[in-house]
Design a protein around this ligand. Structure first.
Ligand code: G3D
Ligand code: MG
Length: 189
């Protein structure tokens, strides 16, 4: 067992998981964290640096790093990679014209050694803005194809449509991420 795995297992014993939330600006990262914490989702302003929020999740504390996604801030993302257990990558379902930019940034993240192994949850947010189920499905397909989710090999990955406004699928998505960390770290026991 590598040193990194040992350290991560120790953290799990401490009942803490570190989750890095990234994605382009305006995707809804901060609003998602607010919803999870039961705060008013209508009051949100652009994240100029980062927010660290602690979310109690069953027997765990999830330490969520919500980092600003403006292009001027993206070079600083690398400062937050260390000790990440899971990555939540947030995509704006209503901004498909930004998917190329989104893919470029995700590709950069996926190549980062310090993030190797961390589970990847892709949240396609603002799905409440699309009422037609067929259209929703089409959007998920477009995002999956454009981001080439199926070709990501060094991370266990799941894509989930969600809404920070309604809370749809947020619990399911986060549960998946937490279980992925638990399963991965404990399979070495
Ligand atoms: P960011 O942290 O990724 O940069 P924010 O994104 O959380 O600041 O949200 C950016 C804008 O998207 C906000 O609108 C916010 O209200 C909106 N938004 C976030 N989540 C959802 C969602 O699930 N559905 C819809 N329809 N909108 C959402 P403003 O108007 O403040 O810019
Ligand atoms: Mg923000």
């Amino acid at each position: 067992m590598g040193l990194l795995t040992t350290l991560r297992k120790q953290k799990l014993k401490d009942r803490e998981m570190r989750i890095l939330m990234l994605g382009l600006d305006n995707a809804g990262k901060t609003t998602i964290v607010k919803h999870i914490l039961g705060e008013d989702v209508k009051e949100v302003s652009p994240t100029l640096g980062f927010n660290i929020r602690t979310v109690p999740w069953n027997e765990y504390s999830l330490i969520i790093w919500d980092v600003g996604g403006q292009s001027s801030l993206r070079p600083f993302w690398r400062n937050y990679f260390e000790k990440t257990d899971a990555i939540i990558w947030v995509v704006d379902a209503t901004a498909l014209d930004r998917l190329q930019d989104c893919k470029t940034e995700l590709d950069n993240i996926m190549q980062e050694d310090r993030l190797t192994g961390a589970g990847l949850l892709v949240l396609v947010n603002k799905i409440d803005a699309i009422s037609d189920p067929d259209e929703r499905e089409a959007v998920i397909k477009i995002v999956t194809n454009k981001l080439q989710i199926d070709q990501i090999k060094n991370h266990t990955c799941k894509i989930v449509p969600c809404s920070a406004y309604t809370g749809e699928n947020l619990t399911d998505g986060l549960s998946w991420a937490v279980n992925e960390v638990k399963n991965r770290l404990f399979k070495f026991s």
